[in-house]
Design a protein around this ligand. Structure first.
Ligand SMILES: *Cc1c(COP(=O)(O)O)cnc(C)c1O
Length: 393
């Protein structure tokens, strides 16, 4: 018998839970796409996104998902045959590198595994070897959504500076913007890509690229195979229409505006803090379950764990029935394991965006019930451990 007759809860790492306010804002007639409200509102969306990303640089909106902005960013700053260095800590790093290869660039993967994080010294020494500066860009993910690992962007920048290497630093922030602290300009990041459907709480469909003057200058000298991805006509657009290379994504923009209103009202520091509290509550629960059973956190070092997604593993223990029990019996959808050898040996909890303690504690209590129903061994007291973190916050 299913008990799932309330609102279904998605704890997957994207798309995240869409707030009613956002959905309601999209439920309206189409606006004038040449002048008036939409034009002013879009200007305010850029202003708020730049605050959240931490940049005074340039911003562009593409009608696409994360894969689209991966491609957009590369096609502006790289030329056929250009080399890139791709330090990897999970499958999103490999996905972006694969895409670079298919586009005619030459990515070099520097593998750091899925659970420990990057070693900046290795990046520095590889860059020092590259005396003729053949490497044009370093491509990294801030949070790798498969492993739940958050990379130290400041340390990577410091390694580049120590090597005196001029490559651009490109960072994939699809999973982290709106969930984790990010300071593009202060951290010395040249290009950021992100998208609407995770911490930014808006349905998939808006892709964002932010870039500084250094990247803009390189882009000016780069031949553009795709006029659609070319960011220059979009930032220099005389008419609103040209900002989108055609019709604006009208209703997504209304939704994104509503989501940004929520973020700005809460305050971005509070948003980041709330995500950190929820992440710690989830880790406390998993660690307690794991004290007497097969579950454990993929990332051992708390400083390297993402505040947006947690990857939980077992060695050889099948978690698929647990995920299915949570979904069918209780209406809680958990994330699949991706990028690991066996897809059954773990699961992911997405904790991004529109969440409060009843949602997080409810999800943990549901998993706890699933462990009991399926007689999966687990340590006792996970919910107490999680609620203590919320209580102390
Ligand atoms: C979700 C995600 C992507 C891909 O986004 P899509 O919208 O699915 O194309 C890329 N990178 C990271 C880090 C992500 O979390």
């Amino acid at each position: 018998m299913t008990l799932s007759f309330g609102r279904d809860i998605f704890m997957t790492p994207g798309p995240s839970i869409m707030p009613d306010t956002v959905l309601n804002a999209m439920h309206r007639a189409a606006p004038n796409i040449y002048e008036g409200e939409l034009v002013d509102m879009t200007r305010s969306i850029f202003a708020d996104l730049k605050t959240i990303v931490g940049t005074n640089g340039h911003g562009v909106i593409y009608i696409c998902n994360g894969h689209g902005v991966w491609e957009a960013a590369l096609s502006n700053v790289l030329q056929q045959g250009d080399k890139t260095l791709n330090p990897a800590t999970g499958s999103f790093a490999h996905g972006w590198a694969d895409l670079a290869r298919k586009m005619g660039f030459c990515p070099e993967i520097m593998e750091f595994g899925k659970s420990r994080g990057m070693e900046p010294a290795k990046i520095e020494s590889r860059l020092r070897e590259d005396k003729s500066h053949e490497i044009k860009a370093i491509m990294i993910t801030h949070t790798d959504t498969s492993s739940g690992l958050r990379n130290d962007i400041v340390a990577v920048r410091a390694a580049m500076d120590a090597a005196g290497h001029p490559a651009l630093l490109l960072v994939d922030c699809v999973a982290s913007i709106g969930c984790e602290r990010f300071e593009m300009d202060v951290w010395g990041v040249d290009v950021v890509v992100t998208a609407s459907q995770k911490g930014l709480m808006t349905p998939p469909g808006l892709g964002y690229v932010f870039f500084n003057d250094k990247a803009a200058k390189i882009a000016d000298a780069t031949p553009k195979p795709s006029p659609y991805w070319d960011w220059a006509p979009r930032v220099k657009a005389e008419f609103f229409y040209h900002q989108f290379s055609g019709t604006a994504p009208t209703h997504h923009l209304f939704g994104q505006r509503a989501a940004l209103d929520m973020i700005m009202a809460e305050g971005i520091e509070n948003v980041w803090n709330r995500h950190e509290v929820f992440a710690r509550a989830i880790w406390a629960a998993v660690e307690t379950w794991g004290s007497d059973g097969p579950l454990y956190l993929n990332v051992k070092n708390p400083a390297r764990r993402s505040n947006a997604v947690t990857t939980i593993l077992t060695d050889g223990f099948n978690c698929t029935p647990l995920r299915q029990w949570c979904e069918e019996k209780a209406g809680l959808t958990l994330g699949l394991l991706i990028g690991f050898d066996n897809y059954d040996n773990g699961f992911r909890i997405g904790h991004m965006g529109h969440l409060n303690p009843p949602m997080v504690l409810g999800a943990l209590a549901t998993i706890d019930a699933g462990l009991k129903a399926l007689k999966i061994p687990h340590g006792k007291g996970a919910l107490t451990a999680a609620s203590q973190i919320i209580a102390n916050s």
